[in-house]
Ligand binder design. Structure first.
Ligand SMILES: [Zn+2]
Ligand SMILES: [Zn+2]
Length: 168
């Protein structure tokens, strides 16, 4: 079984052509692989037969690869920060949601009555099985405090990268 999987993967890899010498390629540039483009599509994978061809092509690819790497880093930082804000919000959720209605792509949160001095309520995850919808609800009416308190973290994550952002 393992051999079949390996040979299947190998034959798939052989479908790729080296950017530099046009021979069969099995290696890809890991630096920009999977990076998002400005339009949210994914950067085309750059295939090579080996490091020599990758080095030889670097003069042509350097600029695009560096931009892709920077965008990849920015998206990762943004994703991490958004996750942090959502976790903060889920722990300190200040709406008492009784039910939810979905109308024409909108999510309508129906708040219930409560007789409690509590300021925060357990987030009703069971009402939002879809992760995107859950994130949208968590970020809805989100106080600016969380991103503001994360300012130092943002600075740390993007340290030395801010000058590269202008080329994106
Ligand atoms: Zn090559
Ligand atoms: Zn690259």
């Amino acid at each position: 079984m393992a051999t079949a999987a390996a040979s299947s993967e190998e034959s798939q890899n052989l479908k790729h052509v080296c950017r530099q010498c046009y021979k069969a390629a099995t290696k890809k540039c890991s630096a920009c692989c999977g990076a998002p483009n400005a339009d949210q599509s994914i950067v085309d994978t750059q295939w090579y037969c080996g490091t020599e061809c990758q080095k030889a092509d670097w003069i042509n690819r350097k600029s695009a690869c560096k931009i892709a790497q920077t965008r990849k880093m920015l998206y990762r930082a943004g994703h991490t920060l958004q996750m942090g804000i959502c976790m903060y919000r889920e722990e300190l959720f200040d709406l008492f949601i009784e039910s939810v209605e979905r109308k024409d792509g909108d999510i309508v949160l129906v708040e219930g009555w409560y007789d409690s001095p509590d300021l925060f309520f357990p987030f009703p995850s069971s009402l939002f099985p879809d992760e995107d919808e859950k994130r949208a609800v968590l970020l809805h009416q989100c106080c600016d405090d969380a991103p503001a308190y994360m300012y130092k973290l943002i600075l740390m994550m993007l340290q030395g990268k801010s000058n590269m952002c202008s080329c994106l």
